[in-house]
Design a protein around this ligand. Structure first.
Ligand SMILES: *Cc1c(COP(=O)(O)O)cnc(C)c1O
Length: 432
């Protein structure tokens, strides 16, 4: 039985680790070290030459991070994973690993605000053009692509619209064209496995549900191991031509003895080496702690999320509820084929009175925290137009689904009666 054939509950407790060989410690040790003693000069030479995989320096690899990487790879059914310092680092590196100046990617417009700003500014300034398309028409990804297109990018369950992305359809078109789909699965761990729907690469902000307790910022990149980079050698020169930064290594060749991990290997030994956005071992330990209860928490997050959506739908002061099960058959249907075991804990709504009422509602909450975050064990709320999406123009806000009165909730693990009571009193206060 391979690790990824087990169930998520088991994977999240066991994958990648079984008692520390040196001490017998059952909890994963925090290897708080920068460097590792080489056995001898021959060992050091083999490690640097990638003839043998092993620890050199914590910017590139660390035993605590290695457990987390194996665990997330197993959960996704991927070939390998890479832990990095934040979700932003993960999405930037996922693109930079295969695209350089003069190249382009095609991305869904339904994006986390930070990713949109990264794509529309910093990547552009680096010479990587990002072409945005409305995900309502999957064929648009094909139409906007050319021979310099290196990837397609999307989020599984993007807020504020919470319309599940057509992973299956777009990934299939991408495979026809020889273009990999990168999916940000931050909002839907356990309930969606994008690789099983054809995605090539998965990225996470571990800051959210994976960690789950609002303590640490981190990111993950998962290499699905199924994309045939070498079949499309012209499209992926960074993986198929000699890399002058690593004594002429050709990554699709160098990875062969190690498994189908050319993408992950290159990201680790070139981008992580050069850009240095490494995760700290202590944060990796906290993410491992979080992951132990991830499937359990996701079940409860989803249950509470659905209950809040049902409550808001019936509330006289709420004009619109945004939740996957409250959408028309196109999106609800897609949610049912892509999500298993629940529909997430993000819920948006608009209330009578627009922006002013929205702000008064937020200011009246007592149990919910007012923060720019999602996926915490605690319930959270925010008014996107004046916060997370305020760097966007009004037209950009409108295009991304943020209306002036929109309120975003991330439903936590408190008792549902207490959650609903807080929402109810804040709704009353917003209209008093
Ligand atoms: C938070 C978030 C990110 C960015 O992650 P950080 O860990 O904050 O850098 C990326 N994508 C989504 C969907 C997010 O919610």
């Amino acid at each position: 039985m391979t690790e990824s054939s087990k169930h998520p509950e088991t994977i999240c407790l066991h994958a990648g680790y079984r008692a520390d060989p040196a001490t017998g410690s059952v909890a994963p040790p925090i290897y708080q070290t920068t460097s590792y003693q080489f056995r001898d000069t021959e060992h050091a030479r083999a490690l640097f030459g990638l003839e043998e995989l092993g620890n050199i320096y914590t910017r590139i690899m660390n035993p605590t991070l290695d457990i987390l990487e194996q665990r997330v790879a197993a959960l996704e059914g991927g070939a390998a994973a890479l832990a990095v310092s934040s979700g932003q680092a993960a999405s930037a590196m996922a693109v930079q690993n295969i695209a350089q100046a003069g190249d382009n990617i095609v991305s869904s417009t339904d994006l986390y605000g930070g990713t949109y700003v990264l794509f529309n500014n910093t990547l552009r300034q680096m010479g990587i053009e990002v072409r945005f398309v409305d995900p309502a028409d999957p064929e648009e990804f094909r139409r906007q692509s050319d021979e310099r297109t290196r990837a397609w990018y999307a989020e599984t369950l993007p807020n504020p619209r919470l319309q599940v992305f057509p992973i299956e359809e777009v990934a299939r078109i991408g495979r026809e064209e020889g273009i990999p789909l990168i999916v940000d699965n931050t909002a839907a761990p356990v309930i969606c496995q994008p690789l099983q729907h054809g995605a090539a690469i998965v990225v996470y902000s571990a800051t959210k549900y994976l960690g789950g307790h609002g303590t640490s910022v981190g990111g993950m990149i998962v290499d699905g191991g199924t994309f045939p980079w070498d079949k499309h050698a012209e499209r992926f020169p960074l993986l198929n031509q000699p890399d002058s930064s690593y004594h002429g290594a050709v990554w699709t060749e160098a990875a062969k003895p190690l498994g189908p991990i050319a993408y992950a290997l290159k990201a680790r030994v070139t981008l992580l080496r050069d850009l240095g956005c490494a995760m700290s071992p202590f944060n990796a330990f906290l993410f491992l702690q979080g992951m132990e209860t991830l499937p359990l928490r996701m079940r409860e997050h989803c249950r509470n999320g659905q209950a809040v959506a049902d409550f808001l739908e019936k509330h006289p002061q709420v004009t619109r509820v945004i939740y996957p099960t409250k959408q028309d058959e196109t999106y609800y249907g897609r949610a049912k084929t892509h999500l298993k075991g629940g529909f997430g804990s993000l819920c948006g709504f608009e209330l009578e009175g627009g922006a002013a009422a929205g702000r008064k509602f937020i200011d009246s909450l007592q149990l919910f925290y007012h923060v720019a975050n999602i996926g915490d064990a605690r319930s959270l709320a925010i008014h996107p137009a004046t916060t997370t999406h305020s760097q966007l123009t009004e037209a950009e806000q409108e295009a991304s689904g943020v209306s002036p009165g929109y309120v975003r909730l991330s439903i936590g693990l408190e008792h549902i009666d207490d959650i609903l009571a807080d929402l109810d009193q804040a709704l009353k206060a917003a209209h008093s």
